[in-house]
Design a protein around this ligand. Structure first.
Ligand code: URA
Length: 260
């Protein structure tokens, strides 16, 4: 079991407090993890707050199912080759405007795989998922359950390239990109999956028409791997009242992992 450091202990205490008493806004953009934690602590204690190719394919709702899947190239069987293939991918229009392909971050021997939606501006610039404000908040929340990218979490997205202006992923983009994610899951073999946000939740549960609020709070299964779905951390920053349900989902995830 991962040992919790002083930063994680402090984050856990802080976020437990946030969940209990409700929250004010937390602005984490442009900060290191330590700076974010300091700011969050101050807030909690009342201190200062400081292409076209894709479009030719039929789009189905169930990404990964159907005819387009058969039209996709066979993906490599090794992790390094899969990553290389994704890095050079031009299957959909998003490749035309990207700065970087955002493949993953975290431990390749991770116990938990977190799946988000798609890179934003910061991620496109750096090539690393969840490095913006939402990502820093996610790291703090995960720390409260003794989970970190350094040791126990592998993190990636449904889409590997940024949709322009952070618009929602389109069905054909999900269909073309999700085989990379599915292969990542197969190769990383996590003990559990956490889908954050509607797109990851609907893709991995295979339940396309169900609202996220109805999918969360229970344990699903993706190819035999326990799957918990919850709100996207960016949504928590907009709607602090969802912090408590997110926290509950993390505890559910922790229980699954502890009993594995
Ligand atoms: N939101 C996501 O879903 N993924 C990222 O990598 C960043 C923000």
């Amino acid at each position: 079991m991962t040992r919790r450091g002083p930063l994680e202990t402090e984050a856990a205490r802080l976020l437990r407090q946030r969940a209990e008493v409700g929250t004010g806004d937390l602005f984490l953009d442009g900060l290191t993890r330590e700076e974010a934690l300091r700011l969050a602590t101050a807030a909690a204690t009342g201190g200062s707050k400081g292409g076209a190719k894709a479009a030719e394919l039929p789009s189905t709702e169930a990404a990964g199912a159907g005819a387009a899947q058969e039209a996709l190239p066979v993906l490599p069987a090794s992790y390094a080759a899969l990553r290389d293939a994704a890095m050079g991918c031009t299957l959909c229009r998003l490749s035309e405007e990207r700065t970087n392909v955002v493949f993953s971050d975290g431990a390749e021997n991770a116990r938990l795989m977190v799946v988000g939606e798609a890179p934003g501006a910061n991620e496109d610039k750096t090539g690393v998922p969840f490095v913006g404000q939402a990502g820093k908040f996610l790291d703090l929340l995960l720390a409260t359950a003794d989970l970190s990218r350094e040791e126990s979490v592998y993190i990636c997205n449904v889409l590997k390239c940024r949709p322009p202006g952070n618009r929602n992923p389109m069905p054909d983009e999900i269909e073309l990109c999700s085989p990379y994610l599915k292969k990542q899951i197969e190769l990383i073999q996590p003990e559990a999956l956490l889908a954050v946000g509607t797109f990851a939740a609907q893709l991995l549960t295979g339940r396309q028409k169900i609202a996220l609020g109805k999918l969360r709070g229970e344990v699903h299964s993706y190819e035999g791997v326990p799957l918990v779905v919850t709100y996207h951390p960016a949504a928590l920053l907009r709607n602090p009242k969802w912090t408590r349900p997110f926290w509950d989902d993390l505890q559910l995830l922790r229980r699954i992992m502890d009993s594995a």
